[in-house]
Write a protein that binds this ligand. Sequence first.
Ligand code: GLU
Length: 297
Amino acid sequence: MRYTARLGNMNSHLAVIGRFAPSPTGALHAGSLVAALGSCLSARSRAGRWLLRMEDLDTPRCSPAAEATILRQLERLGFTWDGPVIRQSERLDAYHDALQMLRNGGWTYACTCSRRERAQDGTDSCCGGCSERALAPSGRHSVRVRVDDRPITFADRYCGMQQQVPRQCGGDFVILRADGYFAYQLAVVVDDAASGITEVVRGADLLDSTGRQIHLQRLLGLPPVRYGHLPLVYNTLGQKLSKQTRAAPVGEHDPLTDLQQAMVALGQTMEPVGSVEAFWRRAVEIWDESRIPSSPV
Ligand code: GLU
């Protein structure tokens, strides 16, 4: 079937395949380095593969310059990835196929709520009514996927058992935005399956997206993935490091120190080493995932 062929998903044998999936909207900071290092060491310490995917769907915010910066930073930090860099902007056909499959299953509807209407209750939910409409609207609209009341449970490797009810986490959610861009939740699920990803290791800020992603995996008949959400890094004001809080870029001046600090954030104890190469040799040996601090949920 064309859909399955494009999505891949035949890769579910035992080998570990992890990934790092930055959005090229700015340079990597200490928080993104924790996600990159944790996901890489998780895979490499079990002789697994580690892939790099640029989540560049939101083209007004993403830029080739930011992608070049991220690649330079990762290289200076001594990261090596398997295969070519994957770009979401080159995978639109696969997202179209997935959307069509959800549509055919009756799982989607067009939502015409404006941003202002949606913002009234402080969530991104549909204000109601759109899901009952008999005919598709002709004007500007997003596409939402339906959720139900069943709780989704999963064992997070670092944060423990989780239970999420998508209905209570914003309800039916957008998979195709009104501006025509596919939404993160759909793209990430389609791409992880296509690459045969067996484990998603990333920052704890994405923990509450996981239930929605598992919901989509199930609707699309894609294989389950193991999840591990890593601690976030905060600045001295207690704000999560991000591009918005102007977090400093890593890897440019003293990559070894940046790597060692990321190891501390990951709960790992490692004796000092003299070079980035020595760091990687040793980090893979001493990596102990039972020491990763669990994040407050
Ligand atoms: N692109 C997302 C970010 O930069 C990460 C997505 C993921 O790891 O699932 O926050």
